[in-house]
Design a protein around this ligand. Sequence first.
Ligand SMILES: Nc1nc2c(c(=O)[nH]1)N[C@H]1C(S)=C(S)[C@@H](COP(=O)(O)OP(=O)(O)OC[C@H]3O[C@@H](n4cnc5c(=O)[nH]c(N)nc54)[C@H](O)[C@@H]3O)O[C@H]1N2
Ligand SMILES: Nc1nc2c(c(=O)[nH]1)N[C@H]1C(S)=C(S)[C@@H](COP(=O)(O)OP(=O)(O)OC[C@H]3O[C@@H](n4cnc5c(=O)[nH]c(N)nc54)[C@H](O)[C@@H]3O)O[C@H]1N2
Ligand code: SF4
Ligand SMILES: [Mo]
Length: 696
Amino acid sequence: MQISATPTHCPYCALQCGMNLTPAPDGTVEVSERADFPVNRGALCGKGRTAPAVLSSRVRLTSPLVRSGGELTPATWEEALNRIAEELRRTRTEHGPDAVGVFGGGGLTNEKAYTLGKFARVVLGTSQIDYNGRFCMSSAAAAGIKAFGLDRGLPFPLEDIPKTGCVILVGSNLAETMPPSLRFFNELKENGGTLIVVDPRRTKTAEQADLHLAPRPGTDLALALGLLHLVVAEGRVDEAYIEERTTGWEEARAAAMAHWPEYVERITGVSVPQLREAVRLFCEPEAAMVLTARGPEQQSKGTDTVGAWINLCLATGRAGRPLSGYGCLTGQGNGQGGREHGQKADQLPGYRKLDDPAARRHVAEVWGVDPDSLPGPGRSAYELLDALGGDIKSLLLMGSNPVVSAPRAAHIEERVKSLDFLAVCDVVLSETAALADVVLPVTQWAEETGTTTNLEGRVLLRRRAITAPEGIRSDLDVMHELADRLGVEKGFPTDPEEVFEELRRASAGGPADYSGITYRRLAQENGVFWPCPTADADADVGHPGTPRLFLDRFATPDGRARFAPVSHRASAEEPDDEYPVLLTTGRVVAQYQSGAQTRRVDELNAAAPGPFVELHPRLAARLGAAEGDPLAVVSRRGRAVAPARITTSIRPDTVFMPFHWAGEGRANTLTNPALDPTSRMPEFKACAVRVETVQS
Ligand SMILES: Nc1nc2c(c(=O)[nH]1)N[C@H]1C(S)=C(S)[C@@H](COP(=O)(O)OP(=O)(O)OC[C@H]3O[C@@H](n4cnc5c(=O)[nH]c(N)nc54)[C@H](O)[C@@H]3O)O[C@H]1N2
Ligand SMILES: Nc1nc2c(c(=O)[nH]1)N[C@H]1C(S)=C(S)[C@@H](COP(=O)(O)OP(=O)(O)OC[C@H]3O[C@@H](n4cnc5c(=O)[nH]c(N)nc54)[C@H](O)[C@@H]3O)O[C@H]1N2
Ligand code: SF4
Ligand SMILES: [Mo]
């Protein structure tokens, strides 16, 4: 029998690379090239190529686990589900609905994220739901909504990048975090365009740049203001565009003029000639783009920082025009869709607001409930985790490993341990799942169908290629069973397409309108870009989708983009005598996020076996540290130990740690949970530390 390949998408990052999967005789699948998908044209990074290793029962959960006598022990589904329902009901009865928390993830499919948000509001009646996307792109989302009235990571497809004149890539190391996307930037350069990379480290991405600016961590806001100052001073402002398409210029201009290049040089460490060169490269071509990622966003001023970069685009007429614009490189597999359909604290499906009466009426009608029964907005991710064991007594967690990935992780670990009850759905026994009272083993990407929305706003169909091993059930199954046990028999289907049909209706008329998208269309097309409305919700083919946004007008009430009135401010924690060095954190190519999945893949562990502290030879010399020596990094939150990796590619005043590991080398033991006032994003990218050698 000829077994045919199933075209589908990678389980990991927001590029959502296309791949073909063919079942192997041992029950796993083989990955092969799928050249027809335009984002990666067959190319995959090592994580995507080795993703099937996590399907193996050697590394995954194979049975529900229930804690008894202090130990997690195998149990039946019936026992495990009954226990969860019982505990959640008990918490609700004793402490009220808001004592039950829900925490989701940007890796969950649209169907799961949608169902989780509905489950929290309709079944549990709790306002206390948020998700790990808050730690990811929330500052860019907040700034995008303020400026453009709408948040879609990229307002254009990646294939536009090679055709523009200049791209400023701010705090993205996409050569390691989205390797197949590097092709678009290489093509840009082949076409005569230029690439500017802003990163305190000379990363693999920065090595590709025509100009690399290496600011001190946490100073991108001042940098962007300094560039805008020069744009004005050099007469490069597009007055006609500002007049026609924007509001708020005078205030933004005045703020930028207070940021003299020499002042900005002092704050950022980027020299005035470099600032001038960046302005020249950005302004000379007809079209240009600014793309941000976690570097400037994961700061306690992330929203203002992204606002300042958007200001630069608006002042030069580089937004809402062909081949020009601002975009955010979203991170997780469904980082885009996962932020649209209601697992966020303040949100209803279709990117609607929970405090908007019309939105409540629309969604309540789709859900068949009274609008007044829907709770109001809840707390943001860090605030929710910080309240565990306080007023939140029980938690249902799906698609995140916060014990490794949340800021001030030792404290969060304590909060998790102080819960009355924790239930975790996962594919592996993550560090957080290991602390749970009940763990449910769920199906993975290759074993289930569902949609994701990639960083371009392209909705995709991930297809099931193999059957999950016996004893494993899907997240949708879990929510169906729990809803049933908690007295809601209808409205929680287990068939993803049925969920998607409801999501279409719930999103209809909202900012992220999916109503014109169907599984049938997704199976025929290489994804459909939202918004994709349709006059007739049953019509199968209609609206073509929207690859490019804002060309005629922005999504604000008056159609104009809004300048952000922003000025430089310091990070929440600046170096001092006691903690004289800046710590920043991020990723390496071979590990993914908290490492829960990729640390279970031999090939990836061989490439990236453990944590490290990257530091400049001058700092190493001052400490008397040699390559590989264990270093203790100490912040006001705690102490982590990892071997030294000495390199001239980092600023001498900064150390870098990847955050993929638990234990002694956990970077998040150190990080500062200072939150951005608008997005509630923690300051993962800048805190003050002391570095010490460790006597071994
Ligand atoms: N291999 C791998 N790929 C991934 C992931 C992964 O875990 N591993 N995760 C996925 C997800 S969810 C995300 S969000 C993306 C993240 O993708 P990226 O944003 O590219 O990843 P990071 O390494 O967190 O940060 C990017 C760069 O920001 C720099 N940086 C640090 N501080 C600052 C600062 O103050 N200003 C500026 N301008 N830059 C700074 C760091 O040196 C780093 O090189 O990657 C996705 N892809
Ligand atoms: N210091 C520092 N910390 C950071 C960052 C940083 O740059 N620096 N980046 C932040 C960012 S951008 C992000 S996105 C977060 C990510 O951090 P986490 O939220 O911890 O992300 P993952 O490690 O991807 O965790 C996903 C978990 O869900 C499981 N899982 C995968 N698929 C499914 C599924 O379909 N269903 C269920 N139920 N479970 C599933 C995985 O096995 C894993 O245990 O980390 C943040 N933390
Ligand atoms: S770049 Fe991202 S989507 Fe593509 S194969 Fe690697 S992890 Fe998967
Ligand atoms: Mo992320």
